[in-house]
Design a binder for this molecule. Structure first.
Ligand code: MG
Length: 341
């Protein structure tokens, strides 16, 4: 009888350690808490630099094709199979089928992804996916972000991205005033979650933002690259911005050409990943979609429920990058440090 009890006890311990290991592997937000900007780094609740990677969803717009992937199954799958620590909900604003035309459907898609990210212990970017936000009705962006901040601002999981990719326009006279207005709105309801601001020329001119930064805490600036089109000269802009003391976030990047199509550029992508790692920069890859173009991670007609066994060339490469990136994040390093303290 005693032997049975001992065996049962040992089994329970073995099961607990297996479950514990699984919990540790999955833990991201519970370990790292609210992300904050400290100098040119994004840091966790212990003030240690942290970096995450994950995918971006495609535009959320009705009938564009990517909207079917805005669901809990997809979020859970990229957490489980890609080890994604973050996911980006790219809500289309002014274009056909976007938030201006159908706020209810587009907002519901974003909320499904935010709630799935919270359930999966992941960070999530709420992205106003626009090339024209400063030209149009600021009130709509303001209303949307006020609602998101009230609903989700108390969750450590959330980051706001208020202007995906401004065109070739002035940082100081066009983008910055828009950003300051939206930041003011968000801060009425959420005093502390990170707000990421787009930069001129499809979020490449981070140097201009760094020369005239927004005088507020917990602001990061968007740098986007497509490895088939952008290389060292854009990384140099990033390095310059970091040297001026601002934090960067690569909320969108592609392994292909800047138009979202073309073949994977393995060599240039690796140079970018090395640069991001060296500078503790988090990133989201474009994109989880099955449109027939180079940047899509999925082949046309792939299930929108996860469980994907076959990915495109970009999807296959990016999944490996994300798995590796998150396995080396500060969350694991910190855990090691804590366990030896
Ligand atoms: Mg908050």
């Amino acid at each position: 009888m005693k032997h049975f009890k001992l065996l049962y006890f040992l089994k329970c311990i073995a099961l607990a350690s297996v479950l514990g290991a699984q919990v540790d592997l999955q833990a991201q937000v519970t370990d790292n808490g609210l992300l904050q900007v400290k100098g040119n780094k994004i840091v966790n609740k212990e003030g240690k630099p942290i970096r995450f990677a994950g995918p971006s969803l495609f535009w959320s717009n009705n009938y564009w094709g990517g909207e079917k992937f805005y669901n809990k199954n997809v979020v859970s799958w990229v957490k489980k199979d890609w080890h994604a620590g973050i996911i980006r909900a790219a809500m289309g604003a002014e274009d056909n089928g976007g938030y201006f035309e159908d706020p209810v459907s587009n907002k519901a898609r974003v909320e499904a992804v935010v709630e799935a990210a919270i359930a999966n212990d992941m960070y999530v970017i709420i992205d106003w996916h626009s090339h024209h936000a400063n030209e149009h009705d600021w009130e709509k962006a303001s209303t949307f972000f006020a609602e998101m901040a009230q609903k989700y601002g108390h969750h450590d999981n959330v980051l706001y991205e208020i202007y995906n990719e401004p065109l070739k326009i002035s940082w100081s006279s066009k983008i910055k005033p828009y950003a300051e207005s939206i930041i003011k709105t968000i801060r009425q309801y959420d005093s502390d979650n990170i707000i990421i601001v787009g930069t001129p020329t499809w979020s490449q001119d981070v140097d201009q933002a760094a020369d005239d930064p927004i005088d507020q805490p917990n602001i990061a600036y968007t740098l986007h690259f497509y490895a088939g089109s952008h290389g060292q000269s854009l990384r140099d802009k990033g390095t310059y911005a970091l040297s001026k003391g601002v934090a960067l976030f690569v909320t969108e990047w592609g392994a292909v050409n800047a138009n979202g199509d073309g073949e994977v550029n393995y060599e240039e992508t690796k140079a970018w990943i090395d640069w991001m790692k060296a500078n503790d920069i988090s990133h989201c890859n474009w994109s989880i979609n099955d449109k027939a173009e180079g940047a899509s991670a999925l082949y046309s007609g792939t299930s929108n429920k996860g469980g994907w066994s076959k990915l495109t060339a970009s999807g296959t490469f990016v999944r490996e990058i994300i798995k590796d990136y998150n396995s080396e994040t500060g969350s694991h390093e910190n855990k090691k440090e804590r366990s030896t303290e």
